[in-house]
Design a protein around this ligand. Structure first.
Ligand SMILES: C[S@@+](CC[C@H](N)C(=O)[O-])C[C@H]1O[C@@H](n2cnc3c(N)ncnc32)[C@H](O)[C@@H]1O
Length: 396
């Protein structure tokens, strides 16, 4: 997702402010019930997913111009059409393949991808959307009903839990891994400490170090390995403890197939650099990006960069192979984005919008470099397209 770097944040309107106050009160009550301190992952989970209150569970617009940020499928139609061209051969190589899209947001990707795959003669047998937010599910249903033909709509099914194992298909997750709650830690002279959230005497949210917890310290050590030894006291960062279990559970839905995971992130050793001493948390509110997750709980998105080394290790442990790892720009330019067609439209009224969409998707300062695409395969006798220009697997 992208939004402008920090500028003064606009004030929430009256309804939003009232909603934010309810979320704040709920979190404060949880902190008091928990002895005055919450692990950051628990805080992030409440701020984003508390039923009826969290950012993704309640009614705000979130995506697109009227929301807080723009994701690649929200930037226009080029991304979905590029993906369709790259997914078609993977789908055609399998018998009755199913697409599983966890975290489908507004439904923008599914709404463009399904007709595009259909045109390429490669519609999936079913398109499963695993969406934990009831509010987003309702929005996706409404959007896809208006966007898809009855025949294509019949292929879409919404799930509240993971499906039983399927023989073949493609897992497609755009900006989902960065939305999973993360634990925060701080390096101190006494060792690695959990960093969480507490309240001031006036019930304002504030950062607070938790007590030394050997199990937590061991978890950080297991994830960072020797990288931990190069980090100075005062260094703060985060890691996603639930990532391996979550990814394993979705990959295990397929006996064979491919997965495309698209997100902003880096290999582990490029995340835990001594100079990146405040971590990678990023918040989005009304198209402003900043790094304070304790303000505007329930009204802003909170994300953290994805550790693609953990993604690759987890995939290996459950029998999947890392078939490619590239920047979004290289991935899309390698046969996905059809620059010639876009250029041919350059005299049309659409050209300015197209140019701005290309810039969003491909430029290094926007999504082109910061976003990475990882392809995983199991039991599939072909190389996924998109990694011919530049494959960065050796950096993992
Ligand atoms: C940043 S949005 C991305 C939406 C969409 N994929 C896009 O690119 O526009 C994150 C999405 O992940 C979903 N999500 C969060 N946790 C999830 C989980 N454990 N399983 C599946 N989806 C999840 C959210 O509800 C939301 O739809």
């Amino acid at each position: 997702m992208i939004a402008s770097p920090s500028q003064a944040l606009p004030a929430p309107d009256e309804d939003a402010r009232a909603h934010g106050e309810r979320v704040h009160a709920h979190i404060v009550a949880q902190i008091h019930d928990n002895g005055g301190w919450l692990d950051f992952a628990r805080y992030m989970d409440l701020a984003l997913y508390a039923p009826g209150l969290g950012y993704y569970s309640a009614g705000s617009t979130k995506f697109g111009a009227a929301g807080d940020f723009v994701t690649a499928p929200e930037a226009g139609t080029l991304f979905a059409h590029a993906l369709a061209r790259q997914l078609a051969p993977l789908l055609l190589a399998q018998e009755s393949p199913v697409i599983l899209e966890p975290g489908a947001g507004s439904g923008a990707l599914a709404g463009e991808l399904l007709p595009a795959l259909n045109e390429l003669g490669a519609p999936p047998a079913r398109y499963l959307i695993l969406e934990p937010s009831a509010q987003l599910q309702a929005r996706q249903r409404e959007y896809l009903k208006s966007r898809l033909t009855t025949r294509l709509l019949r292929r879409v099914k919404w799930l509240n839990r993971l499906p039983a194992q399927m023989p073949a298909g493609v897992l497609l997750a755009n900006e989902v891994l960065d939305a999973l709650p993360v634990q925060r830690f701080r390096i101190t002279a006494e060792g690695v400490m959990p960093l969480g959230v507490s309240v001031t005497a006036k019930d304002e949210l504030c950062w607070a170090q938790g007590p030394h917890d050997p199990a937590f310290a061991a978890l950080v050590r297991a994830r960072l390995g020797t990288l931990l030894d190069g980090l100075p006291p005062g260094y703060e960062s985060e890691f996603c403890a639930m990532l391996p279990a979550w990814l394993t559970s979705v990959l295990e839905c397929f006996e064979a197939g491919a997965a495309l995971l698209i997100d902003y992130g880096l290999p582990r050793r490029e995340i835990y650099l001594p100079e990146r001493s405040a971590g990678t948390l990023r918040c989005h509110f009304r198209h402003r990006a900043h790094d304070d997750p304790l303000i505007l709980p329930g009204l802003q998105d909170i994300t953290a960069w994805v550790d693609f080394t953990t993604v690759a290790d987890t995939a290996g442990q459950c029998g999947w192979e890392v078939a490619g790892y590239a920047t979004q720009a290289h991935f899309l330019l390698d046969g996905g984005i059809d620059i010639a067609t876009v250029a041919a439209q350059s005299l049309s009224p659409e050209s300015v919008t197209r140019a701005s969409e290309l810039k969003t998707l491909l430029m290094p300062g926007e999504m082109g470099e910061r976003f990475r695409v990882m392809a995983l395969t199991r039991g599939l006798n072909m190389q996924p397209p998109g990694f011919g220009l530049r494959d960065l697997r050796d950096r993992l």
